[in-house]
Design a protein around this ligand. Structure first.
Ligand code: HXC
Length: 257
């Protein structure tokens, strides 16, 4: 598939996807969704890739779903086409995905960033769910993932008024992992992705899956899930290697990567 709305590249063991609709603030249209799913799907299946970084431009990570594409849709269209279903496929990516966000991450852009495993933000980043100002509401997980990330009060305020949140507030609220200068945001995300890509893949995949359980189930079930996952790691050669390397004061060389 030839990409028109994204750039996709491999840097060592990390996949880097850049949203690339500069004339439209990287608005997420259906073409971009299918290209993103294609690129991420290939990276997820590529044994040589250990983690993925998604970024946009200095101005915008993504300013939302493409309003011009969406404006004439009828209820029956979005219902029958299951308009949002593709994004569920994106969120089901098994390998870690890091969002490197500068500029606007609004509406579906904020929701896309929240579908990633963590967000590294540049100082210029602005997050928001302004759909209410368009006469609609978030539909790609914004009400749910934002509430889980930053709690009810700020989520309600943002979803009901459309207020944007700057990078400093996003960090203090727990929406983003870290804020760095804009010109370092991709570099920092790449560094984190490279670190992950150098670790035991099964341990990484199970850790991601287990952390995600925290948002889907009760504490007791989540703890049981974690315990089984933890126990199963002792069946991996990587556990033997990782612990032996520590004891022998050397760097581990994980087999499963
Ligand atoms: C389509 C968009 C767009 C969008 C920006 N553009 N956002 N086109 N869909 N979401 C286009 C503009 O129309 C314009 O094109 C060009 O990008 C530059 O944008 P400007 O508005 O001129 O730039 P600026 O004044 O700097 O303002 C930036 C902005 C503003 C604050 C980000 O563009 C904005 O408010 N955008 C919409 C944000 C939004 O409401 N997002 C939520 C979308 S709904 P032209 O051709 O005019 O130059 C959504 C639903 C999710 O995401 C749930 C779905 C299931």
């Amino acid at each position: 598939m030839a990409y028109e709305t994204i750039l996709s590249e491999k840097r060592g063991e990390v996949g880097l996807i850049t949203l690339n609709r500069p004339d439209a603030m990287n608005a997420l249209n259906s073409r971009l969704l299918s290209e993103l799913l294609d690129a991420v799907g290939k990276m997820d299946a590529d044994a040589r890739i250990g983690a993925v970084v998604i970024t946009g431009s200095q101005k915008a990570f993504a300013a939302g779903v493409d309003i011009k594409e969406m404006q004439d849709y009828e209820f029956a269209d979005i219902c029958m086409n299951d308009f949002v279903a593709g994004w569920d496929r994106f969120a089901a990516t098994r390998k870690p995905v890091i969002a490197a966000v500068s500029g606007y991450a609004l509406g579906g852009g904020c929701e896309l960033a929240m579908m990633c495993d963590f967000i590294i933000a540049g100082e210029s980043a602005k997050f928001g769910q302004p759909e209410i100002t368009l006469g609609v509401m978030p539909g790609m997980g914004g009400t749910q993932r934002l509430a889980r990330a930053i709690g009810k009060a700020k989520t309600m305020e943002m979803c009901l008024t459309g207020r944007l949140m700057d990078a400093a507030e996003a960090e203090s609220s727990g929406l983003v992992a870290r804020v760095v200068p804009d010109h370092e945001v991709v570099e920092e995300a790449m560094r984190a992705a490279e670190k992950i890509a150098g670790l035991s893949r099964p341990a990484v995949l199970m850790t991601k899956e287990t952390v995600n359980r925290a948002f889907e189930t009760t504490l007791a079930e989540g703890l049981r899930f974690e315990r089984r996952a933890f126990q199963s790691m002792f069946a991996l050669e990587d556990q033997k290697e990782g612990m032996a390397a520590f004891v022998e004061k050397r760097s581990p060389s994980f087999k499963n990567r």
